[in-house]
Write a protein that binds this ligand. Structure first.
Ligand SMILES: Nc1ncnc2c1ncn2[C@@H]1O[C@H](COP(=O)(O)OP(=O)(O)OP(=O)(O)O)[C@@H](O)[C@H]1O
Ligand SMILES: Cc1cn([C@H]2C[C@H](O)[C@@H](COP(=O)(O)O)O2)c(=O)[nH]c1=O
Length: 240
């Protein structure tokens, strides 16, 4: 079975990811993709509990602790949801993934890029599917046959990342009064400037995977730009 597509949405809080995720999902489904929509931190019962801890106002923790929580949640999410779906040929549309940890915990909190790269490797590439394979068979049964697929221990990486890029003051204006801020949304503008710069660094390091969407445009133009990225790859039809 051909591995499915893995698409992630990134950007600072209030950039418009959730607003445009629905149109992207509808376009992918209309083009015949068997779609799994999910988010980070979250996507499994355990990861949603970790999300609650990480986002809860008043719950103090340092940047490395945040990063460890994010990667713990991510490992569970990838093992239980993302890797199995991709192995079944499904398309996964995920609101945030590892880039967010580099942006928020790296850029925002100052955790070293190198430490995050090491955590990524340990959390996602260390015997990821231990005890189960992507198709549900056990490693043990496979070992008894003397064979183990090469990709059993490694997490999939996104095929495409849409970075909704918006100046933090504009994002703050959009979020004002929209909802009660969580622990991240309550951060000052300087935090989000640092997060935004870190997204730019991630894009510079892996330019082929990223498409930057100018999220400062009116919503219909943002939607068109996001759909165009899928159309250019032949993943949806010209009408979206
Ligand atoms: N292009 C746009 N122009 C004006 N307002 C917008 C635009 N896109 C989204 N909004 C509004 O901005 C607010 C934040 O959008 P949204 O919730 O989609 O952001 P988000 O990136 O998902 O944020 P978070 O990551 O914090 O969940 C919403 O009230 C939404 O209606
Ligand atoms: C994956 C991930 C997320 N965060 C932060 C970014 C946001 O402020 C929240 C998630 O809220 P959203 O409304 O679902 O966007 O979590 C982070 O700091 N690090 C991460 O790895």
């Amino acid at each position: 079975m051909k591995q499915g597509l893995f698409i992630t949405l990134e950007g600072i809080d209030g950039a418009g990811k959730s607003t445009h995720a629905q149109a992207l999902a509808e376009a992918l489904q209309a083009a015949g993709h068997a779609l799994v929509r999910t988010r980070e931190p979250g996507g499994t019962p355990l990861a949603e509990r970790l999300r609650g801890l990480a986002l809860e106002q008043g719950q103090e923790m340092d940047g490395m602790t945040e990063a460890l929580l994010m990667f713990a949640a991510r490992r569970d999410h990838v093992r239980a949801v993302i890797a199995p779906a991709l192995a079944q040929g499904r398309t996964v549309l995920c609101d945030r993934f590892t880039d967010a940890t580099f942006a928020y915990q790296g850029g925002g909190r100052g955790v070293s890029w190198q430490a995050l790269a090491q955590l990524e490797q340990i959390a996602l590439d260390h015997d990821l599917m231990h005890g189960q394979m992507h198709n549900g068979a056990s490693h043990k049964a496979n070992n008894e046959r003397g064979a183990e697929p090469a990709d059993c221990g490694q997490a999939p990486r996104p095929d495409l990342t849409l970075w909704f890029d918006l100046p933090p003051p504009q994002a703050a204006r959009r979020l004002q009064g929209a909802r009660l801020p969580d622990r991240f949304e309550a951060q000052p503008l300087a935090f989000f400037e640092a997060v935004r710069s870190a997204y730019a660094r991630r894009m510079a390091e892996d330019a082929r995977r990223f498409v930057r969407i100018d999220a400062a445009q009116p919503a219909p133009a943002v939607r068109r730009a996001a759909l165009a990225a899928l159309q250019e790859r032949g993943w949806i039809g010209p009408a979206g």
